[in-house]
Every structure is written in C-alpha cells, then in structure tokens.
Write a protein that binds this ligand. Structure first.
Ligand SMILES: [Zn+2]
Length: 854
C-alpha cells in the first residue's frame, strides 16, 4: 500500500512545518461483542499549526473507509483525499482544525485495536497496541514520536464494560445499551503511547502516596486488571506490591514526580510482546497471570517487566526519542533499569544481575554477531526498519553498555545525569547528543570517544587471558587480549579462582582495571601463584565474549559446577555456550558439561537456560550422526535429575518440563503417559494444566496422542491458553497431513489470530520433524515476497522467521537462501534482514556441526 511505510525524511519534513495543539478522538466500539461487526467508528479532530500557510501535508490512517474529511470547515472528497494509508490535505492555514471521520477495523493481529472473545464465558475484550506506528489503525494521526500533543479520548462502549485510557475518566454517561466515557486530556505525549483498554475486565485497585521534597503529597491511584476468567489466578497483591516498591525507587533515583496521574496495568490476551509503557495505562501479555505452577524465574521475569515499563514513564514517555534511530534512549535505559531496580527497590529478586548476564546478554551476543547487526544508535530509514529494531542490540546490548557506563563514570554521575535529563527535556524529544552533553557535565569526562566506540559502532569484542608462569608456578605476566572489529575501552574485573579446602572454586583475588587496545597487561597479577581459573569480566561489568586460557578451560571442564559464586558460575556457563555457538567447543562437550553440572545449578533461571541451550546444542549444533545419542542422553539426564530433585521444588518442575521436551524412548514416553493418566507419580510434582499440555505436546510430537485424546484435553480446558496449546499439539503431530494443515492455516488465511499463527508455527517447525518439513523449503522462498506484501508486518515477521527451514541444516539450504538473497536484491530491506539473519543461523549451525564432527 503506497505510503504505509512512513520514512524518516517525510517525518522530518512534517515536523519542520507543523506543531500539534491537540487531538480529540471519539471511538464507538459498541459493536465489538458482535463477531459479524468488522469495524468501529473513529472520529478525530486535530488542532494544529503550520509555519508555512498554503502548504500541503498528510495524516496517517489505515482505515477500512473514510466517511468524511473537513479542513477548517471545508469538506474534502474522501475518495481523493484518502489513498488507503494517508489522508492528504492541502491549503493549510496558520491554525487548522481537521476532522477525519472513519471506519476502522477490529484487529486480530495485536496491531491497532485488538478484539478477543473468551472461549470460557464468551465475553469480548479490547485493547490497543501501537508501537511503533499503529495508532493510525485506530484514528487519524501524524504518526511520528516528535509531534507530541495532548489527547482527549471519548469512548462509547457496551454498558456493562469499563474503559481505561492514559488519563482518568471525567464523566460516564449512559444511553440505552451503551455508556460513553469521557477522559481528561493527557499530558503532551507521542501517538504511539496512547492507549484504550475496554471490556468487562476484572479489576484490583490500590493506592500509592508519597510526600515530595517540597512537602506536597503525590497521590497515584493504582489498578491491575485481567480477563474475568483469569481472576482466580490473578495475584494482584504481588503485582501491586512490586509496583509500589518501584514507585518508591524511581522517585528516589529520578527526583521527578510521576507525571501521568494514575497508574493502571492491564494484562491482556493475545499480546504480541511482553508489555508496553503507555503512560498511565501499561499493557502486559496475560501469560504473566500464571494459571499453573511456574518457577520463581517467571515471577522475577514479570517483576523485571513491571519495573522496565515503569522506568519508561520517565525514559520514553516524559522524554521521548525524536525518531526511531534513538529508540535505545528509552529501551536500553528501561532494560537496564529493570534489573537495576529489582535490586535497588529491594524486591525479593536478588539474582537480577545473574539473569541479566545469563539471558539478556545471550540475546545481545546472538544479535550482535549477525551480519545485520548495527550500532546501538541506529540508522532507521523508515517504519519497517523501526519495527525490526526492537532487537537484542537496542535492548540487551544497550543495557549492557549502560551497565559498563555506570562502571566507567560511577553511578552517582549516571543518575545525576538522568535527573538533569528529565528536568531539561520534560515532555520533549531528544537525540544522543542531548544525553551525552548532560553526562559529560555530571561526570566531568569526555564521553565522545566512549560513545563513538560503544554506541556508534557494531559488534562484540572477545577478551582472552594469556598467562605465563615461572618454574615455580608464579605468574610472570597476565595479559588481556582483545579481539574484534572495533577495539573498545573496557572497565573490567579479573577474578582469580582456586579450590578451597572443601573443593569449591572460590575467588582468591579480584583486580579491576581498564582494558584498551589489543593487549593489556594486568600488572597486579605478577608474582601471584597461577590460579586454577582466570575469569575475565568477573562481576560482569562490561559487554564482551569471555574466552579462557587452556588451563582455565580444563578447570571448567572438570568443575564448572563447583564455582561457588552464582554470578561467576553464570558467566562461565555463558562463556562455554558462546564457545559452542562459535564452533570452538564441540556441542557434545557442552552437553556433557550440562549433564554433569546442571543438577548442581542452584539458580533456577540459569538452569532453565541450560535446558534450552542443551536442547539447541543437540538439535542444531551436534553432528547429525550423534544427534540421536545426544537426545537420549538429555532425556536420561532429565529423568535422573527429575527423580533426584526436591519434591515440590522449582527445580523439580524445571526438570519435568525438560523431560517433556526431550522424552523420546519408550521408557520416557511411558512415564509421560503415566503422569497424564495418573498411573505414574513423582513425589511432589503436581501435574497441573500447563504441565499437562507440555506432556500432551510430547506425545503428539511422538505420534502417540490420538485426535480424540487431544480433543478431550481441550474439552477439559477450553480456555484461550488451552486452545493455543491444542492447536500447537495438532501441528506437532508427525504426519504429512498435520504439517500441511498447519502450513495452510497460517499461509492461506488472513483470519487466523496472532496467537494461533504462533501456535501453528511452533508445532510445525519441531526440529525432530525435519524430514517431514523438508519439502516446505522451496515453497517458503517462493512466497516470501507475497507474505511481506500482503500480511501485517507483525504476522509477516513471524512467518518469515518461523517457517524458515532452520532444521534443514545443509549446504543445500544455505544455497537456497543465498539464491533468494541474490535474486531479490530489491526486496524490502526489513525482509532481507530477516532472511539474512536466518541464513546466518544456518551457516553458524554448519560450522558448529563441523566442530562437533571433528
Ligand atoms: Zn521497553
């Protein structure tokens, strides 16, 4: 559709002549409960100024139909003004009032105004999600972050519903079967941050108050909501408890009163991402409402997201990037703050930095080694670029680099910088230079070269220790070798570890220093006895891949699990995983480490990563000739540790889930069936609904679940979650018919909601079914361009990434991918980026397999 992909140049041009004074948006969603009603009425009244009277401009709008366009009282013909993506207006005055009356579509893809009907009670729920540019699916907008304005929403909805938006409602009037909610004007905010949530949601309410420095009292009404049928599982006290700790913490650190009045948090169905920081009206994926037992890592993850979104109220909502190039200005900070605040706000999640080192950084390392990687401050030409940039660089690498910045300038200078940044740029838009100027003021350091090295270049360095010793085993030199396309200044700690009397590996010395250039000598280490393990980047201050000298690597092979400190152990696990991914450690050696030491791993989040990575090592990185044996070893290990785990513990649940993922022989599958039937029991293990679905998925993938059995489970759990997992189980059956049905459901219909697209892809693409799915590689490459053109970008991204033949690890698939890339140089850059990344994963798997074979 012409004009759907707004460019940076167009946005700059528009911002150079326009200033928006306000939006009044009226939505009528009374038709929502009727599944036959495809659209809702949307009327936008925009008041704006133009510095070049007589000029033309356009609004963004993805509507089914436009009924009327009126500019300064002059009626325009919608048939010529509206081209499907934009409303063109010309002859602007210095001051303008523009009214656009449109019919917009209810969304099934999570983009725009999403509509969901609960299979349990048939209630309908709505919520909006816009970032980066889907407000235009709901009302006519200047869809760019730097044209901020106050928004006044009015929503007419079924009488039995409640409606929320960014601001408080001022009035609710009833008329017939409907009620109209009039909301107060918001502060000036960006279009992508506006929100509406409507439906018969279950609500928990609370209150936060605080005495400010000037003696006044800040009152913030709090609420948390979810679908009614999830209410029995909704632990609102825990959620609101974390919320209050966070509000305390950010007020202390940021010294700027929360600017958006009230704070609602809605847990909504079929949500595409983790959460969204709409000011005063945050939305979360409802999988954060736990229907069954989950490990504490899941609670920690949710608390992290709550604090991440809250940090955005300042970083992102109060001060916003000018354009998507500087998305990191909010996401890197919020990602950093999510972990920082878990500790600083004194939540019970004290291992936040371990999780960060182990999981967030794994995401960053992966992304940063793609050929498509980019600097943290990116070059975002248009909205498709923007959509793909919510990635491991913008979030996790950016956060890692901020962690390094705190080590470099100190936390006081860093937070004083944040405080000045909010005061100076409140309700405005910023770029990199605005932040650097302030941090230079507060730190007294020149940050230009630091920023050039860390923010404006791409790629990850690796650091390797080089140890020489004398005849008595004393260190004569310890050097840190830096390797990478860009050599950066790193503030690091070097840990020296030895065995204590009980055999544990403990740190005997910590040396902090600046590493610069290709080789840096650690002077302080000279004369010490050579330790069993030299751990670079101990305490995880910088962002790098850690390598080991030969003796340290031998120590890890013999005793990784004996490292006493949780963070040091997590860093070591992360490092050996990077060695495996880089084809420097055979996959079977990594699997052996996991089988030997994962049973000792006390950190539940790290354990769950190890499970995922060990499975990936066997599926993707192991020599195919060894894959079968590797899979059996994992399943045997899972069963052994499951039986050994403490009854009722998180570890027991994690091992049970891992068994469900790896079970392949008759003994394991028999146990799975027994657990489902209740004929087998493991002391303390509650086979609750989510675990039941995991077990059914295992049987389905093995061809041992009948259609009747799966339908029976769905009948017993006819919920949104049940339906997703049932769909996934059907797609996971090892038959050509099942694969064909899943493929067709996703490709041949645009009606399937996002959640079921995802479920079909997940079931279809099981690595174990590579023989069955091989014949889809050729059609996949043929339909890429059509999918990109026809589907919304969210769904297109899922199809391109999800159906890529990643289990067909062969030179032939690589050649097919290359042929597509060569033959489609003119394809959308965002589409090419996705294919390039999948192609790179494949090439990496081939290298890792070669290593494992050797
Ligand atoms: Zn965020």
């Amino acid at each position: 559709m012409p004009g759907k992909n707004l460019s940076r140049d167009e946005a700059q041009q528009r911002a150079s002549i326009l200033a928006v004074d306000g939006y009044q948006v009226q939505l009528d969603v009374t038709s929502a409960p009727d599944p036959a009603a495809a659209t809702f009425r949307s009327t936008t009244t925009l008041t704006f100024r133009c510095s070049e009277p007589g000029a033309a401009t356009f609004l963004d709008l993805l509507a089914t139909a436009v009924r009327g366009v009126t500019l300064n009282g002059r009626e325009l013909d919608p048939a010529t003004a509206f081209d499907g993506a934009r409303v063109h207006v010309d002859g602007l005055a210095a001051e303008n009032v523009l009214v656009v009356d449109a019919d917009c579509a209810y969304s099934r893809t999570g983009e725009g105004l999403h509509r969901f009907t609960d299979p349990v009670d048939h209630e309908t729920y709505l919520y909006t999600h816009y970032e980066p540019a889907d407000a235009r699916r709901v009302f006519a907008t200047f869809e760019q972050p730097d044209l901020k304005a106050p928004f006044t929403f009015t929503v007419t909805a079924p009488a039995a519903w409640d409606v929320w938006s960014n601001a408080v409602h001022e009035r609710v009037t009833a008329e017939g079967d409907a009620r109209t909610w009039e909301f107060a004007p918001t502060q000036p905010i960006s279009t992508y941050l506006t929100a509406v949530v409507a439906g018969p949601y279950h609500v928990a309410r609370d209150h936060y108050s605080r005495t400010l420095a000037d003696g006044s009292t800040l009152e913030i009404p709090l609420s948390a909501m979810c679908r009614r049928s999830l209410a029995p599982y909704f632990d609102a006290d825990e959620i609101l408890g974390v919320t209050k700790l966070g509000l305390d913490f950010f007020h202390e650190e940021f010294d700027y009163p929360y600017p958006f009045g009230k704070y609602d948090q809605a847990f909504v169905p079929e949500y595409n991402i983790g959460a969204m920081e709409n000011p005063g009206c945050v939305t979360f994926r409802e999988e954060f409402v736990f229907r069954s037992k989950v490990t504490d890592a899941a609670y920690e993850g949710r608390a992290n997201v709550i604090l991440h979104e809250m940090a955005h109220m300042w970083f992102g909502d109060l001060v916003t990037m000018r354009w998507w190039d500087d998305l990191w200005l909010k996401e890197s900070f919020a990602d950093f703050m999510g972990s920082y605040a878990l500790i600083g706000a004194r939540t019970r999640y004290s291992s936040a930095w371990i999780t960060f080192a182990n999981q967030r950084k794994a995401w960053a390392y992966r992304q940063d080694q793609f050929p498509t990687t980019h600097p943290i401050t990116a070059d975002i030409r248009d909205l498709e670029d923007a959509k793909l940039n919510f990635d491991g660089i913008t979030y996790a690498k950016g956060a890692s680099v901020l962690k390094q910045l705190v080590a470099y300038v100190g936390s006081e200078a860093f937070f004083e910088g944040a405080r000045r940044y909010f005061k100076r740029h409140a309700f405005g838009n910023t770029e990199l230079a605005d932040l650097l100027d302030i941090l230079e003021e507060t730190s007294g350091r020149d940050l230009k070269s630091w920023a050039a090295a860390w923010l404006q270049t791409a790629g990850v360095d690796s650091l390797t220790p080089q140890v020489t010793v004398d005849s008595e085993g004393r260190i004569t030199e310890l050097a840190v070798l830096q390797d990478g396309d860009v050599l950066r200044p790193h503030r690091i700690a070097v840990g020296l570890y030895d065995r204590d009397a009980d055999g544990a590996l403990v740190r005997t010395a910590r040396i902090e220093l600046d590493v610069t250039g290709a080789r840096t000598v650690v002077a302080e280490a000279v004369g010490r006895t050579r330790p069993a393990l030299v751990l670079l980047n101990d305490d995880d201050l910088t962002y790098c891949k850690i390598r080991f000298d030969a003796e340290s690597l031998e120590t890890l092979r013999a005793g990784l699990g004996d490292i006493q400190d949780d963070l040091a152990r997590a860093l070591s696990w992360s490092a050996v995983w990077n060695l495996t991914r880089d084809g420097l450690m055979p996959a079977r050696d990594y699997v052996a480490l996991v089988l030997r030491f994962a049973g000792q791993e006390s950190n539940i989040g790290v354990l769950q990563s190890l499970h995922q990575q060990a499975k990936g090592a066997v599926d993707l990185y192991a020599d195919p000739a060894w894959r079968g044996e590797g899979g059996r070893l994992l399943a045997d290990g899972a069963l052994r540790e499951l039986r050994a785990a403490a009854p009722g513990s998180d570890h027991q649940l994690a091992w049970a889930r891992f068994l469900a993922q790896t079970a392949n022989g008759s003994e394991h599958l028999g146990l799975v069936r027994g657990l489902l039937a209740g004929t087998a029991r493991i002391d303390g293990l509650d086979v609750d609904q989510e675990l039941r679905w995991s077990l059914w998925l295992t049987l389905a993938a093995a061809g041992q679940a009948s259609d009747e059995e799966l339908a029976g489970e769905l009948a017993a759990d006819n919920t949104a979650s049940g339906k997703r997992q049932y769909t996934q189980a059907l797609a996971a059956r090892p038959t050509p018919e099942a694969k064909a049905a899943a493929w067709s459901a996703v490709i041949d219909s645009e009606e399937l909601p996002n959640a079921l697209v995802e479920a079909n892809i997940a079931g279809f693409a099981l690595p174990a079914h590579r023989d069955l799915t091989a014949l889809y590689a050729a059609p996949y490459f043929k339909l890429l361009e059509r999918v990109w053109a026809d589907r919304t970008i969210e769904i297109a991204m899922r199809i391109v990434g999800g159906f890529f033949p990643r289990a067909q690890i062969s030179e032939q698939t690589l050649a097919e991918a290359d042929a597509w890339l060569d033959g489609n140089r003119g394809a959308a850059p965002a589409l090419r980026r996705l294919v390039l990344e999948c192609r790179d994963d494949l090439a990496r798997a081939l290298r890792a397999q070669a290593c494992d074979r050797a």
